[in-house]
Design a binder for this molecule. Structure first.
Ligand code: FES
Length: 130
């Protein structure tokens, strides 16, 4: 099983601010927070990627799993709270059979951030997935 959080390194800090006061892009800042939250764990890998082609949004990530649905999410504030919510949600995803996390279990910080669900070749078909 391969579980990876792919983080766009070139994403903006906000919808109209590219860099922070130290010259870092929003995706780089979010990566720093995700690495801190995942420190000491080896079950989830962080992969850095320049541009995920979702540039109309900012701080985009792909929650990638080779056995379950993967997800593209974005519009995060590059802060510790967002990183914790992303990891919390992805942990619930990893505990599920198909990668579908019941909405009521989502951390509040994840609501409104999903952009796309990305099936694998073995994902449930449209009649099984809600
Ligand atoms: S710059 Fe992040 S998706 Fe394009």
């Amino acid at each position: 099983m391969s579980r990876t959080i792919i983080v766009c390194q070139t994403c903006k800090m906000t919808s109209d601010e590219k860099l922070n006061e130290n010259g870092k892009a929003g995706g780089e800042v979010l990566t720093d927070h995700l690495e801190a939250v995942l420190a000491g764990r080896d079950d989830v890998t962080i992969q850095k990627q320049d541009c995920l082609w979702a540039c109309s949004e900012h701080c985009n990530v792909v929650l990638s799993d080779n056995e379950r649905f993967s997800y593209l999410a974005g519009r995060f504030e590059p802060k510790r709270e967002a990183a914790e919510a992303i990891v919390e949600w992805f942990d619930k995803h990893g505990q599920s059979k198909t990668g579908q996390v019941p909405f009521k279990q989502w951390p509040d910080e994840m609501r409104g951030h999903f952009i796309a669900r990305l099936p694998t070749q073995t994902s449930p078909n449209k009649t099984d997935a809600s």
